[in-house]
Ligand binder design. Structure first.
Ligand SMILES: Cc1cc2nc3c(=O)[nH]c(=O)nc-3n(C[C@H](O)[C@H](O)[C@H](O)COP(=O)(O)O)c2cc1C
Length: 189
């Protein structure tokens, strides 16, 4: 079981979003918690169909692999979703995933309640803040605890493998990861 699940919404093989999450995960591990990095790459995540069947079934009726990810989040203490920015907002799959994860939590045992985390956005040039705002809506409505750092969790990168061109962005993501780990440790004693 991972203490913190980190979920990437990028479809790319050598994804900058995955690279950023990897740095965040290493910082969390350095601070004593274990992590699991999951990617939506290759998956076809459907949007919530509002069937409300999760209430009776305990999980989502759509069979596209998201339930397996939900089971990992269900037993974690932290959750960090990250998205590449597409046309100024988060790539669609990650929002579809977040909406279904939230719906299942609220329809079942509210496993997201008091879970610690926050969103991360990666883009070439613009749209980070709107993407973060979009993804941030997921946390307070699900009774979660969103953690800060000293700037927003945004990294500038375009070509694959270029996140190191934004050292300030990576430092903020590291501080965020450290804060997530330390807050979980405080809550869990
Ligand atoms: C369809 C599409 C739309 C994009 N829109 C934006 C955008 O609005 N702003 C921006 O700065 N970068 C944009 N990008 C660039 C990506 O956000 C950038 O390459 C990012 O590093 C991709 O992360 P990934 O490697 O994890 O997929 C776009 C890329 C694609 C494929």
């Amino acid at each position: 079981m991972a203490n913190v699940v980190l979920l990437s919404g990028s479809p790319r093989k050598n994804s900058n979003t995955m690279d950023v999450l990897d740095i965040c995960a290493k910082e969390i591990e350095k601070n004593g918690l274990n992590t699991e990095l999951i990617s939506l790459r290759g998956m076809k995540i459907q949007s919530c169909v509002a069937c409300n069947k999760c209430v009776e079934k305990g999980n989502c009726v759509l069979k596209d692999g998201l339930n397996e990810i939900i089971e990992k989040i269900r037993v974690a203490n932290g959750f960090i979703p990250a998205a590449p920015v597409y046309f100024g907002t988060a790539r669609g799959d990650i929002m579809s995933a977040l909406q279904r994860i939230g719906k299942v939590s609220r329809g079942t045992d509210e496993f997201l309640s008091w879970m610690v985390g926050g969103p991360i956005a990666v883009a070439r040039r613009g749209g980070h803040t709107l993407t973060l705002q979009e993804m941030s809506m997921f946390f307070p409505i699900n009774d979660m605890i969103m953690v800060g750092s000293r700037y927003w969790n945004m990294v500038f990168a375009y070509e694959e493998g270029t996140t190191n061109q934004d050292p300030e962005g990576l430092e903020m993501v590291k501080l965020f990861g450290k804060n997530v780990a330390n807050l979980i440790k405080k809550i869990k004693g």
